[in-house]
Design a binder for this molecule. Structure first.
Ligand SMILES: CC(C)(COP(=O)(O)OP(=O)(O)OC[C@H]1O[C@@H](n2cnc3c(N)ncnc32)[C@H](O)[C@@H]1OP(=O)(O)O)[C@@H](O)C(=O)NCCC(=O)NCCS
Length: 370
């Protein structure tokens, strides 16, 4: 038995292939380096749900349909406005996605076409929830979505109440493309386990958001940015040495599968570097680069094949375009919902309850005291 199921293949999938030795990631046969440079979020969403790349006509119809699903239902918006503001924004997103099922009279339907529609609805409305919460917790009225803007552009518009620069839109779009899917990562696995019980799409996505939230998974981007801030305050080298002395992990470094550089880090590093050139916050790229260089020159990281993962440079990217740090994981969820739901559809098409065994190591033969 391997702790944490490391190295175990537990199902077939045609959704994405992760090669941890070569440092390669494919979605449905398309290399992430190609998709990251040339595709929009909507094109990749279409690919993941339909197992084919859209042509111009298919894409236009798909974009229009999805853009028409962005509004938060009125009954849920009024509940959202009454939620306590103290918790983590991902807890709000998890709660709101769960509540979406309450206003869908057909919520339990897991026929493929119905499930696909629900996936589109959830993915379309998630950015509205994230942006609305940002406004609500700051005491403002949520900004209504605009159907004339693409997914990434509309999200930034709702988040900030004004249209974003083309650079910021392109950066968020690339971010959303790169995070869509990644084999049997923990949150995808949890979505498939939920679906394995024949539960509904809303339950599967709610489960997955809860799993993504942890700092060993999607929560790492926020932690990575917090560490860059701590490193700046303490001095990068002093901070790094203290991390080594105390055994503090460098967030955004290391990966269960990749033993070479994560291919997505190869895209995010230059993206962060370019954004830094145009940003007053550009020093965050230099700090993250310095930490990486210190780590990669250190025997501990070299021996264990620890490289920056997807969360490392995406942290300064999101920070430099003004995404609040505690909303980083929400953006991850806005992207990964495509992968989760695509895996749910795959699970439904050939389902069997996922129910492994545990090896019991506790005591035996005890009796209740009389
Ligand atoms: C991603 C992660 C959870 C993978 O964990 P894993 O496959 O279970 O690997 P382990 O936790 O067993 O780590 C293997 C070794 O590398 C070390 N290590 C792993 N990631 C490290 C990091 N970020 N900083 C310092 N050391 C690290 C561990 O201490 C361990 O050392 P040991 O062999 O002396 O015990 C882990 O690398 C991590 O915690 N990274 C930081 C969080 C992060 O970026 N998560 C997002 C992943 S996409």
């Amino acid at each position: 038995m391997s702790k944490g199921l490391a190295g175990q293949v537990i199902a077939d999938t045609s959704r994405s292939r992760v090669d941890g030795q070569k440092g390669e990631l494919l979605y449905h046969g398309y290399n992430i380096m190609d998709l990251g440079a040339n595709s929009s979020f909507e094109e990749v969403a279409y690919l993941m749900w339909n197992s084919e790349y859209p042509n111009a006509e298919q894409l236009a119809a798909f974009k229009a349909e999805m853009a028409g699903m962005r509004t938060i239902p009125a009954e849920l918006m009024s509940i959202m406005k009454s939620l306590p503001t103290g918790g983590h924004p991902v807890a709000v997103l998890r709660t709101m996605v769960s509540m979406l099922s309450l206003v869908d009279a057909d919520a339990e339907n897991i026929e493929v076409e119905a499930a696909k529609q629900k996936a589109m609805k959830i993915a379309a409305v998630m950015p509205t929830i994230v942006a609305a919460w940002q406004q609500i917790r700051n005491g403002n009225e949520p900004v209504a979505p605009r159907a004339d803007l693409d997914h990434a552009a509309n999200f930034l518009y709702m988040l900030n109440g004004e249209e974003a620069t083309p650079e910021a839109v392109a950066a968020v779009d690339t971010y959303l493309v790169l995070l869509v899917d990644h084999g049997f990562n923990a949150s995808t696995f949890s979505a498939r386990v939920t679906t394995g019980t024949l539960s509904d799409m809303y339950s599967a996505i709610t489960t997955a958001i809860g799993t993504l939230k942890g700092p060993a998974h999607g929560g790492a981007t926020q932690k990575a940015m917090e560490q860059f801030i701590a490193a700046k305050d303490a001095g990068v080298e002093a901070w790094f040495n203290e991390s080594m002395e105390t055994g503090r992990r460098i967030m955004g470094i290391g990966h269960r599968v990749y033993k070479v550089e994560d291919p997505r880090a190869k895209i995010f590093r230059p993206l962060a570097e370019n954004l830094a050139k145009q940003s007053e916050e550009g020093h965050w790229f230099d700090i993250s680069l310095q930490v990486e260089q210190l780590a990669r020159a250190n025997q501990f990281f070299i021996e264990r094949n620890l490289f920056p993962n997807v969360d490392y440079y995406s942290a300064p990217v999101l920070y430099m375009i003004g995404i609040p740090m505690d909303q980083f994981t929400s953006l991850f969820a806005m992207s990964r919902v495509i992968g989760w739901s695509s895996h749910v559809l795959e699970q439904l098409a050939n389902n069997r309850l996922i129910r492994p065994l545990a090896q019991y190591v506790g005591p035996e033969g005890l009796t209740v005291p009389k």
